[in-house]
Ligand binder design. Structure first.
Ligand code: AMP
Ligand code: MG
Length: 316
């Protein structure tokens, strides 16, 4: 954690936020996935501050955020296949890992770079005003759930970052889908809102981590972040077919929540489930709930991403 309290400017001006970032400051901004905590990717000192504020392990690299495909191409070596994927799903919740083209970018010592083009309009105006790639992992303390509401950001990060840029709260709610294009064939490193079945239409040979041996799956530098426990509230998280037998003092999220539970969030689709999952976790912690029951997602897009996040939260 950064020791000295800093003055946090709260603004809805992307231009003002960009000026702070370009002077070496840390700026929290909304994206369509979750809030990000950003620094100029050309400013190693500022990037290292992100690790301090998040208490992030120093070998876990950051995703760079850029405003368009030309900037993406300037960061990494984007081949035709990756360009097809980005033309279809960007701007949006998809991240590619590429061979690093610009050696001045901060990548925590790797020769690869992770890049995405967010679609949130505030994020886009901010990135355009910055004019440099913005290194931004999710705005949360490492190990805790990513944050999806301004209210939570203000509570957790006021006095710790230089600026908080206000805009629309994330509408997707979980982190981007990550594909490693440096592998042959490419590997789906992290499932997300962009679903595997839609990716397979463009990348028929896309592999999942489950297709690799355990040693290959955790080998550096594939995705250093994968080895860390993520996204977890303090309470015990359980994944269940049905919420029927949940104890009354357990919180619940799912399609058939039980009447009378201390805290329940009812959803009607996997999309809504993704949008609300992390705020459900945050609220469980705020209410000191001991156990959170999560219902298995529906057989539709988003199931793999939801299971991935819930299972990580459930693994103590
Ligand atoms: P976050 O920004 O919190 O959503 O986490 C970023 C994820 O992308 C982490 O799992 C990182 O380990 C992963 N990542 C970032 N850069 C790279 C890279 N160059 N190679 C592999 N994985 C990366
Ligand atoms: Mg994160």
């Amino acid at each position: 954690m950064r020791e000295n309290k800093v003055n946090t400017l709260i603004t809805n001006s992307p231009l003002e936020a960009a000026q702070i970032l370009l002077r070496g400051g840390l700026v929290i901004f909304p994206t369509e996935t979750v809030y990000g905590i950003g620094a100029s990717a050309f400013d190693e000192k500022a990037c290292r501050k992100i690790y301090e504020v998040k208490n992030r392990p120093s070998d876990n690299p950051l995703i760079l955020h850029v405003e368009n495909i030309a900037s993406l191409n300037a960061c990494g070596e984007v081949d035709e296949r990756a360009a097809l994927v980005f033309r279809k799903f960007s701007p949006g919740p998809i991240t590619g890992i590429f061979k690093k083209r610009n050696q001045h970018l901060f990548t925590a010592g790797l020769n690869t770079v992770a890049v995405r083009i967010p679609s949130n309009s505030t994020a886009r105006e901010f990135l355009e005003a910055c004019g440099v790639p913005v290194a931004a992992p999710s705005a949360n303390v490492s190990g805790k759930p990513s944050l999806t509401k301004l209210e939570y950001i203000l509570e957790e990060f006021s006095g710790k970052v230089d600026c908080i840029l206000q805009g629309d709260d994330p509408r997707i709610g979980i982190e981007s889908t990550v594909i490693d294009f440096t592998a042959e064939p490419p590997i789906l490193l992290r499932p997300g809102f962009v679903d595997r079945k839609d990716l397979l239409l463009i990348l028929p040979d896309l592999r999942g981590l489950e297709s690799l041996s355990e040693s290959a799956a955790t080998a550096a530098p594939r995705s250093p972040g994968l080895k860390y426990r993520h996204y977890a509230p303090a309470c015990k998280v359980v994944l269940k077919d049905s919420l029927k037998n949940a104890p009354k003092d357990a919180a619940q999220i799912g399609f058939e929540t039980e009447f009378g539970s201390v805290f329940a969030i009812s959803v009607s689709s996997n999309e809504e489930y993704m949008r609300l999952l992390y705020s459900f976790f945050v609220e469980c912690d705020r209410r000191n709930i001991a156990e959170a029951w999560c219902q298995i997602p529906k057989e539709e897009s988003g199931k793999e991403a939801l299971l991935n996040r819930i299972q990580k939260a459930a693994s103590k």
